[in-house]
Design a protein around this ligand. Sequence first.
Ligand SMILES: Cc1cc2nc3c(=O)[nH]c(=O)nc-3n(C[C@H](O)[C@H](O)[C@H](O)COP(=O)(O)OP(=O)(O)OC[C@H]3O[C@@H](n4cnc5c(N)ncnc54)[C@H](O)[C@@H]3O)c2cc1C
Length: 456
Amino acid sequence: MAAAPTIVWFRDDLRLADNPALHAAVELDAPILCLFVLDDSEALRSLGGASRWWLHNSLEALGDDIRGLGGTLLLRSGSAATIVPELAHSVGAGAVLWNRRYGAAEREIDAGIKSELKEAGLDARSFAANLLAEPWEIVTGQGQPYSVFTPFWKASLQRHAANPPRHPLPAPTALTAMAEPPSGDELGSWNLLPTKPDWAAGLREQWTPGEAGADARLAEFLDDGVTGYAEDRDFPAQPSTSGLSPHLRFGEISSPQIWHAARDGRRHLGDDGATFLKELGWRDFAYHCLFAFPDLATRNWRQAFDRFPWPDVDQDAFDAWTAGRTGIPLVDAGMRELWATGTMHNRIRMVTASFLTKNLLIHWKLGEDWFWDTLVDADPASNPFNWQWVAGSGFDASPYFRIFNPERQRERFDADDAYIKRWVPEFGTPDYPEPIVDLGETRQAALAAYEQVKGA
Ligand SMILES: Cc1cc2nc3c(=O)[nH]c(=O)nc-3n(C[C@H](O)[C@H](O)[C@H](O)COP(=O)(O)OP(=O)(O)OC[C@H]3O[C@@H](n4cnc5c(N)ncnc54)[C@H](O)[C@@H]3O)c2cc1C
């Protein structure tokens, strides 16, 4: 009799190398059924448009890679809480393995499935896969989560010195598929790609979703791009950052893989390497915060911010912001870059988020939702974490009174307007709009509104 198959349930880990669940499945030496569920459970946040585009392409790449090794990727849509146990039962699986995720709703679904499978006598296991350290592994002396990045990162580095992030696992060289795998959905039937209109041309030009694309980007960055990173990473006109964020978001590459590749003995990256790895630390910190405060995307972390007197939303101002027609050139360039490519430079994300929340006095949640829909790296931890950081309501937030002045930022980081001219071709002509607000007056209004939060 053939051994009972092992189901490997892929989620935010769309890769074959350094995939602990897949690696453990191969070690069980039974036929493997790879599974991805497009989970429509109401408890989960629906993916935004740019993420759906990415997911389609990433699943296509993963499916090809799995087939190349002799395996099958089964696609199903519906509620994972129902599909996974039913599938395990119908194929007579002996084991179901997956890599962890950290949102509260996701954890609840996974815990429910795990106990159901275990009760039925199956081997159900989850693995650490995507972060440098699990969110609960870095804690203060009192055993509490950190709320400030610097001590979090100091403690993380101490831990990594004694107990380095997991060494990456090799990709399997072959996969034994089930003789008669069950049938699943066609990827195209999920309609993840935009059609009318097809707004994804700029995304296709800029990105190669999938593990091979992620590996190529990392190699190129470490060979070439990382030199000067510590200095250059703030200048949006230069291609000086890694561009790895969407690959990390979908788990096409893991933070431990990047950590070890960057620290490989043959490379001497110095300050540039340390600064780059610290950015991965921010990602870990965002997950640490999400784990400690599961409502990160919906509630102010600092409760005093619940008293902030947000005025009624000025819809025209919000529309001008999303369309990149505010008359503030650095903001407009960023918002247009986002629309065209599904990404925006980190410094400009801070500038556009500050402008929305402080100059337009529009709630961070609306901006977070827009980014969620339009970013290819829209991340359940990093996106709300950073929005709350800029708005002043979040973990280790920048002090409220430090309001980014987009004109000052332009002088410092885009002095020759190269970035602005790239994205706003009519800048400097009569076609370019006048500013929709006065930066000085709105700054004062924001500081006045903040008086109601201060000291609470
Ligand atoms: C308002 C706002 C919203 C953001 N939303 C997201 C998001 O949805 N998804 C996302 O991945 N990042 C988000 N960021 C963080 C940051 O802007 C992006 O990670 C970065 O621009 C991605 O480009 P890169 O891969 O070239 O970064 P690099 O400079 O090459 O950094 C390497 C990696 O470190 C991580 N990283 C860097 N900065 C941060 C940060 N501040 N917080 C968390 N992780 C970080 C990313 O995974 C990134 O790929 C947001 C920042 C702001 C201010």
